[in-house]
Design a protein around this ligand. Structure first.
Ligand code: 0O2
Length: 207
């Protein structure tokens, strides 16, 4: 194993465990016949070139990475409705298997790019052969509309290295506005949608 493999092993383990735990929350809601605030969960260990690039930009030495780079282990929780995000954040705060160390609300304080999401940074214990190791992980909680916009913008960011041609910039701003309006519209008809989903899942389970 090289130095990176050794360094990243606990992060990989954390992603596997946390993905399972967050998916477990969804299953518990489903078993109770209550609509879940969690639609789906993804997770990744930050690719080594991205770690090196970010560390270089922020002047973080290798031996400080585990303390100063929060998103080496990154999870995303996607929700249907904006209100679900508060429910998920409350669930995370109430857990005993990790500690919330920081929260960043980019929904109330939308980033200049138009990015919206709620970030929760946790300190999570990993059991290893050498004992317990604490690692930091970032959980991004967002609606499907926020995720759609962020995914597209992230791809374009790489293509244009963060400097967009004016036409793309305008379109991204309009798309961010459209995603915001979509979230608002969906919230307005939330109860209708939930009832329809409950009816649909009951019909399916009767078949
Ligand atoms: P990746 O793995 O490519 O997604 P700061 O920049 O100081 O405010 P920091 O430490 O970068 O803070 O953390 P922040 O902004 O809370 O979270 C960083 C991560 O949030 C990013 O990871 C993205 O995943 C997401 N993010 C933040 N801003 C934007 C944005 O404008 N557009 C999109 N699409 N995503 C954003 P990285 O580092 O980009 O890595």
């Amino acid at each position: 194993m090289n130095q990176w493999d050794i360094f990243l092993a606990p992060y990989k383990q954390a992603i596997d465990e946390l993905k399972m735990k967050l998916k477990g929350i969804r299953k518990q809601y489903q078993s109770a016949g209550i609509s879940s605030p969690i639609e789906f969960v993804t997770g990744r260990v930050k690719p080594i070139p991205s770690i090196i690039e970010k560390a270089g930009q922020r002047g973080i030495p290798f031996d400080k990475l585990s303390e100063e780079m929060y998103d080496i282990a990154g999870l995303r929780v996607m929700c249907q409705f904006v209100d679900d995000i508060d429910t998920v954040v409350a669930l995370l705060r109430s857990r005993n298997d990790f500690e919330v160390v920081e929260e960043r609300d980019y929904i109330k304080e939308t980033k200049e790019s138009g990015y919206r999401s709620y970030h929760v940074i946790i300190r999570y214990p990993i059991e290893t052969l050498d004992g317990q190791k604490m690692i930091l992980a970032e959980i991004q909680i967002r609606t499907l509309a926020m995720n759609f916009w962020a995914t597209i913008e992230h791809t374009l960011r790489y293509k244009y290295d963060g400097v967009y041609p004016p036409q793309i910039q305008t379109r991204l701003e309009r798309a961010a506005e459209a995603a915001f309006l979509l979230d608002q519209e969906m919230s307005e008809i939330r109860e209708e949608i939930k009832e329809a989903q409950k009816f649909y899942s009951e019909q399916r389970s009767e078949r």
